[in-house]
Design a protein around this ligand. Structure first.
Ligand code: EPU
Length: 425
């Protein structure tokens, strides 16, 4: 695996129309792994994460932490972190490649008393400001300003102090920043309007096992009483609910029969309800689900929302499903302002979709046709893979480096289920 984003010309070729069948084991969640990795800046000895997905994004975070002075060692899905940060400045070349790099700001500030982190910039799905991360630092007593493309934060001699963080908008990353930055601050921090995603609950649980004092996780109000020190822990990263949902849709779109294992079905409650409404049969077990589909899906409207609503990270994949459903549906994207980049590419495959502001109206077509398409972001690339799997004929998907940010061994997993898929170098 390349250690930085490899924007090569790799393409994926898929011959569609095969019914997918069998078992697929889901990897650890990228979006849980990234904030957990950032904790290595404040948990300094022998912090260990298992079930680590080997992805471009987790490798990039690993490089960023290494560059800050943390010793990171990978071995068969287990990553061990040692040492404390030796510099307060994060590398521009690394940060600009991944927005989630902003997650190092708070822990770096907590550890060093100051932090210089380049602005991560926007991305294909939206401008993605970082004002809420800055709000966190300021609420905890830091002085923050911008200079030459850097966010520069520093604390006074007394370090970070607990405070009230009242988010005007729900944000996953800013809630994670708030938790990570306040666990070592002096006194009590209250986070209001906190995000409730399973990855946030997991982050807090990891910190609690390391000695942090946190209550209210999984609700909109989180209370943290600062502690002096965090202790080393060994944690298993939670399963990737978005990868699981993507395979569930693959089964629905190919009239397949896929058992999706090593997951927590409770993290997918809203999504699975929706998939059931579209006519797929879903058998839920403790750590696995089976998705069976015999017929063309029924249309069903969705609106993306913060957890426990329908996840924006499954919107593009769900749109691929709706594009071949037996009727009309609509999808409203509420989280990101520009997350319909997959639409023009699905149109190339023969989908019938129109966009009006944040709402996509979809008229289901009988079948998609294999085409040459271009992935524009991580979830858009999976949407095109799903379209290609269900389409008649062959597809060529370009821009595949986006896929490698968040889907581990995707060709192996799909070909084990019977897909005809290969990657060109
Ligand atoms: N926002 C602000 N200011 C901020 C931060 C966010 O206005 O300071 C806005 C965003 O622009 C967006 C909304 O708040 O409109 C929600 O963004 P959020 O902060 O919740 O997103 P994030 O933390 O940047 C994480 C995931 C995304 C996922 C979103 C929403 C990670 C590393 N990334 O991003 O994952 O879509 O939450 O659930 O956890 C993906 O995996 O494909 C992906 C994009």
């Amino acid at each position: 695996m390349n250690t930085s984003l490899n924007k090569s010309n790799e393409k994926i070729f898929i011959t569609g129309g095969t019914q997918l069948k069998g078992n697929v084991r889901i990897s650890g969640a990228k979006n849980a792994a990234l904030p957990l990795m950032a904790l290595s800046l404040i948990i300094n000895k022998g912090f260990t994460l298992s079930n680590m997905p080997d992805l471009a994004d987790t490798r990039l975070m690993s490089n960023l932490l290494g560059d800050l002075g943390i010793n990171v060692s990978w071995s068969f899905g287990k990553v061990i972190f040692n040492g404390s940060p030796k510099t307060n400045e994060a590398s521009y070349d690394l940060v600009r490649q991944m927005r989630a790099s902003i997650l190092v700001l708070g822990p770096l500030l907590a550890s060093k008393g100051s932090a210089r982190v380049p602005l991560p910039g926007g991305c294909a799905i939206g401008t993605r400001p970082i004002d809420l991360h800055v709000l966190v630092m300021e609420a905890l007593g830091a002085n923050v300003y911008y200079d030459s493309g850097f966010i520069i934060a520093s604390t006074g001699p007394e370090g970070l102090k607990g405070g009230l963080i009242n988010f005007p908008k729900v944000s996953v990353g800013a809630t994670e920043s708030a938790i990570m930055t306040s666990v070592l601050a002096k006194g009590k921090t209250t986070i209001q309007n906190a995000a409730q995603e399973p990855e946030i609950v997991d982050l807090a649980k990891c910190l609690i096992s390391a000695g942090a004092n946190i209550s209210g996780v999984g609700t909109s109000t989180i209370v943290i009483n600062g502690v002096e020190k965090l202790y080393s822990v060994v944690r298993e990263i939670v399963p990737d609910r978005i990868e699981a949902g993507s395979f569930a849709i693959a089964s629905s779109m190919t009239k397949g029969n896929i058992e999706i294992t090593h997951i927590r079905p409770e993290d997918l409650e809203c999504f699975l309800k929706v998939l059931k409404f579209t006519g797929s049969e879903i058998k839920i077990d403790k750590n696995s689900i089976k998705v069976i589909s015999f017929k063309r899906s029924e249309p069903y409207d969705i609106v993306t929302e913060a957890h426990p609503g329908f996840p924006t990270d499954l919107q593009a994949q769900y749109m691929a499903l709706m594009s071949i459903s037996d009727g009309n549906s609509s999808i409203k994207e509420n989280i990101f302002e520009n997350r319909f980049m997959h639409v023009p590419e699905l149109l190339r495959m023969g989908a019938n979709i129109t966009i009006n502001n944040q709402i996509a109206s979809i008229i289901g077509v009988k079948e998609l046709k294999g085409s040459k398409v271009m992935a524009s972001d991580l979830r858009a690339s999976m949407s095109l893979i799903l379209g290609a799997l269900a389409a008649s004929g062959s597809s060529e998907i370009d821009g595949i480096y986006h896929l490698d940010r968040g889907y581990e061994k995707i060709e192996d997993k799909l070909s084990n289920l019977g897909a005809i898929i290969r990657r060109s170098k």
